[in-house]
Design a protein around this ligand. Sequence first.
Ligand code: N0T
Length: 537
Amino acid sequence: AMLGAAFQAAAAELPRLVTQDGRHALMVDGAPYLMLGAQAHNSSNYVAALPKVWAAVADANANTLEIPVAWEQIEPVEGRFDFSYVDTLVQQARERNVRLVLLWFGTWKNTGPSYVPEWVKFDNARFPRMQDQQGKPIYCLSPHGTETLKADRKAFVQLMTHLKQIDGDRHTVIMVQVQNEVGTYGYARDYSAAGQKAFAGAVPAAVLKQQKSPVKGAASGTWQQVYGDYAEQYFHTWAIASYIEEIAKAGRAVYDLPMFVNNALRDAVEPLAPWQKNFASGGPTYDVIGIYKAAAPHIDVAGPDIYEPASNKVMATLDKFHRPDNALFVPEIGNATAYPRYAFAVLGRGGIGFAPFGIDYADYSNFPLGAKATDRTMVAPFGTIFGVFRPMARQWAQWAFEGRTRGVAEGDDRAPQAIALRGWKATVSFREWQFGEAQYFKHIQDKPAGTEAPNGGVAVAQIGDNEFIVVGQHARIKFEGAGANAGKPSMYARVEEGQFDNQGRWVMERNWNGDQTDYGLNFMARPTVLRVKLGTY
Ligand code: N0T
């Protein structure tokens, strides 16, 4: 009875994002949850399209599906709502034991209004578009359109009200994305009368507090005075973030699910400079996360959509979005073969989730952004990684929340990488044979099959002073003493290959020793879980 009550209390607890000591957890049913996600294609938000989505989600071993709910589909006629798709989606997700993250495609989808209902699309008088410097309307709806905000918010509140009714006790839906890749391409801000008036206003105190100026400016005053050459971008960011806040706040007032925004990135490696049409102005780019925190407190997370595979850029992006006030969450990453390895880096860094985009057997290829393939060969490289994390996803999320996890993805330079652990240091290297050290075999020119392009990765959880869970593929890992163990000789006490069962118990399959440990622990194509115990002498 006690257990039953505890379970009911946990089940009754709404999903929420918690932060402690600068680390984050997405709590689902009372415990940290690791989102092994998959995002469906943009047009798969219809009942008849779902079978091809579920098939891919299953092959991906994903525990969470991210999928759109479009304003145009729930309110095709103003004031008349249709939730038949949402009902079926939630029902089918439950049958498959998959959680949902709903993507609210409203006022902005990749900055444009393509997903608003027809009655919104062409009524520019009521739902104003932004204007350029000459007063000409542009493609993007204005964040200063008060009627647009009211209408979007009303539809979103209906959605959240309906979700609460059908799912308030089950939490199949664990998170909601508000809009999709917001901002404006090609224009810094709205030059309409409403936009001009707001731009001449003072920077709100909360923004001043949370968003430092990259240039020397006034401590307070207008956007121009405070932020100089960054003023237009920062102002537009504030306008969009404030609009999103109104929607998120109203939605959470009826049903308080965690909410987030996703970002079409600006380059995280090139030096910061004022906006020059090189990214969507107004979106939650890494440089203005503070503005989103100030203007949209009902948005828990800003997440990067990663579609540039260069490892230095991916790592810089992860670093910039991973903050004490912003959980690391990758709501989209390309589905091409360059990307799966980044799961090790994201999950190792304590990320709450990682979701490749286009995990869906609709005949649509995201090439050249993503994979050419649209079949199982596209999904499999994610499926194998998620497959080893999934049985221990809850444990991993708990370890991450406790700051015990680390991870690396193979760099484009193929160079070894160090992982700092408590009392230990691990070195991860790539393109090694399972037997021997490269220097003994200088005459061997070829490299292990399947390592032609970088695809290695390792994630480590330190579960005790000398004990680790290690997951990897296409990589070698070696440990040596550091910190309290610096300079001490060490050896493996045990290296068990196995996995956690659904009760969270470790089940050993075999003990690695001899050739399997003499040259480091060598992971090949098949991701493997090891429980490693070390000792010093
Ligand atoms: C993403 C997806 C979908 C380096 C692209 C990425 C999704 C949206 N947009 O398939 O449209 O709904 O969030 C934009 C990437 C821009 C090009 C970057 C080149």
